[in-house]
Design a protein around this ligand. Structure first.
Ligand code: DAH
Length: 335
């Protein structure tokens, strides 16, 4: 057994250090009819019975190792000419081109429109504190509107996964003075079951505009321009009363249905209108939290869901399609 181990080291060492032109003679030396391994296997019959089996197994293992080495290092089979022939008439290999994800496409367009309107881009952390996500947005503890958003809390801390991009409003106002025109795109998280219109991870774009003498007409003007730029010049907008703790008054913006143009269809449930975002005039209480003079400044804010905008624009009827990473679908969906 000991001899066999030594033999193995010796052979493998020789193979590792051999030059390709020596392979053929080594192959004969080890595996040939009179080769080393062949004679070891033949000699097995002289080995005492008790050891025969284990030595036999070991020897066969070594034989296989040597065979594998030559298999791996065998010169290409069927090589007839050493000169390579290139056929320039063959069609080229197609590169598999990628495509923008519909969420990114919609997001890029939204960002582009607001940049042209003079808005800057701000980012905030996805792991937020209770203070920025709720408190400073006028959502005090035990306030019923916290139930509107089922939150992922991080155990044993006041940290949570942000439920909306609104905390970026607070962070931006804390570090700068009016006038402010900013949007804040980013990922948000809520404890929602996955269904055709919900996902626990989704994207929003927040907007904030603060200056002196900002009115609801400014809000309607900017957001209507945005809607026409995004959905097309024929798009009409409509604003209905709503409630958010951080805006007063609060409103919901609707656009004329992008599928039927307002005539009524299944998508708009025959109303002709689609609800697309929440908005309102900044609640003066929010200004107090960031130390702005509530008598001097006012502003408007809005928040929109990027998935919804992408689905409406590209005619996607199930949000799950956006997250399943079916590349054929993702490539085909944007014309
Ligand atoms: N944060 C709200 C949500 O996630 C959306 C929203 C509504 C943002 C009105 C705003 C706003 O800035 O003014 O449901």
């Amino acid at each position: 057994m000991r001899d066999l181990k030594e033999l193995r080291d010796e052979i493998l060492n020789a193979l590792q250090n051999a030059k390709p032109e020596e392979y053929e003679s080594l192959k004969i030396k080890y595996l040939g009819r009179k080769g080393v391994i062949t004679s070891v296997l033949r000699g097995l019959k002289d080995v005492p019975k008790e050891e025969r089996k284990s030595i036999g197994m070991e020897a066969n293992k070594l034989k296989k190792e040597i065979e594998d080495f030559f298999k791996l290092h065998s010169p290409e089979k069927g090589k007839t000419s050493s000169k390579k022939f290139t056929d320039y008439t063959l069609p080229g290999r197609k590169k598999n081109l990628g495509a923008f994800h519909p969420i990114n496409r919609a997001l890029d367009e939204i960002i582009d429109i607001f940049m042209r309107l003079g808005f800057s881009i701000e980012y905030g952390p996805e792991i937020e504190s209770d203070y920025y996500n709720f408190e400073a947005l006028n959502v005090p503890k035990h306030h019923p509107s916290r139930d509107m958003q089922d939150t992922f809390y991080i155990d044993g801390s006041d940290k949570l996964l942000r439920t909306h991009t609104s905390p970026v409003q607070i962070r931006t106002m804390e570090k700068s003075q009016p006038p402010i025109r900013m949007i804040a795109p980013g990922r948000c998280y809520r404890k929602d079951e996955i269904d055709p219109s919900h996902s626990p991870v989704f994207h929003q774009v927040e907007g904030l505009f603060v200056d002196r003498d900002v009115t609801f007409a400014d809000l309607k003007g900017i957001l209507s321009v945005f809607a026409r730029e995004f959905f097309g010049p024929e798009t009409k907008t409509r604003f209905t009363p709503s409630f958010f703790p951080f805006t007063e008054p609060s409103s919901e913006m609707y656009v004329s249905c992008v599928f039927c143009g307002g005539k009524g269809c299944n998508v708009c449930q025959h109303t002709g209108w689609l609800e697309v975002l929440g908005c309102g005039l900044v609640n003066p209480k929010v200004f107090e939290y960031v130390g702005y003079d509530r008598d001097k400044y006012n502003g408007f804010a809005f928040g929109l869901g990027v998935e919804r905008f992408a689905m409406l624009k590209y005619g996607i009827d199930d949000m799950r399609l956006l997250f399943e990473n079916n590349t054929e679908f993702l490539k085909g969906v944007i014309k």
